[in-house]
Design a protein around this ligand. Sequence first.
Ligand code: GTR
Length: 436
Amino acid sequence: MNSTFAKLFAAAASLPLSCAIVLGASAPPPDINYDESKVGSYTLPDPLVCADGTKVTDAATWRVKRRPEILELFRANMHGRSPARPAEMKFEVTSVDKQALGGRATRKEITVRFGPEPDAPPMRLLLYVPNAAPKPVPAFIGVNFEGNHTIAADPGITLTDQWTWDNKTKTESLKRPGEETRGKSIGRWALDKAFARGYAVATIPRADIEPDYAEGWRHGIRGYSLKKSGRTEFAPDDWGAIGAWAWGLSRALDYFETDSDIDAKHVVVMGHSRMGKTALWAGAQDERFAIVISNDSGEGGAALARRWFGETTAVINKAFPHWFCANFKQFSGHADKLPMDQHELVALSAPRPVYVASAEEDRWADPRGEFLSAKNAGPVYQLFGKEGVGVDEMPAVNHPVGDTVGYHIRTGKHDVTEYDWEQYLRFADRHFGRGK
Ligand code: GTR
């Protein structure tokens, strides 16, 4: 769908001005650009200049003064404010199978309960711990799109009901996914590669935290929290769905801190596309995540908002009005007015390792914009004596670069592939001092 839409706009955008005028009112505004020469000039906010004009020249000033300022800009204008960890949260280990996946891993299912009320949405965490590795093990965690049972062809994963939206009939319903969806996203989760290097892999379903459609918040943690606060409407800087998913990742990390199989100080938060946007925000807010990985996260993720290329603030706010806080709507078509840009989101991971990945054919996500974010986070890493991507120009495809800030653009489409996982595992091994 995206590519047809985008091709249409790209075609309109390449017409000579006279033709564009003839097309007149019936033609959609040619606001999707895939032409690098039309990106235009822009000035990025400087992560190293404080609101009062002070220049940041040392790590301490970044930590105490500038980092909180940037975090606040993202909270106030984009992702909104998330609540604290619920005091009444409980973890229930609902199943353990020590011989899962042919004995290669122990599978645990944990239900995270955010409160005692029956309408508190349960978050079902799936965790695979490699049996062969000495414990505790480091772990990768990410939010999945369509349910825990989609990440592996494992008959032992519970199929769980979830609220879904039917775009044709414009109705929502509570559905139990069919058996045929088991293992559907197996290609995006390189479990065996992770186990071979001694990593656990964990995931949570997006729909448990918030079903992904405009009204989905009613069935998720945002609706529950709103009700608990005695309000009926969100404030302009209340959290959006991405904020909620990121918060869910932090709650999974709370669980890891209680599980002796997991080394909670070595947890990598990783996500693809909208969940890449989520991983960056989770890592920015919760410094317990040791490494942050953004796979093809695009607009609202690693891609610079100020670049007019592929998806834009206007398009994303229209298509996904629930992802960001209400304040973000004012930047639709006005990315230049944002008091921050996405290189500063990447920089909020500093000094922890962060990895940004793009795919060559994923122009919707603006690979160059993703690279430029990673690169422009570099000066913040340098405050800590760490190197960023280490190159000025975008590297060739399939040539990963970077030390503490990793980057690659691989051949192929918008997806998570074995190639991506290989880079992430190698990156994690290097920074965790493993696999020598
Ligand atoms: C697209 C959206 C992108 C990206 C993607 C995904 O429709 O425009 O921002 O998030 O979905 O999550 O797969």
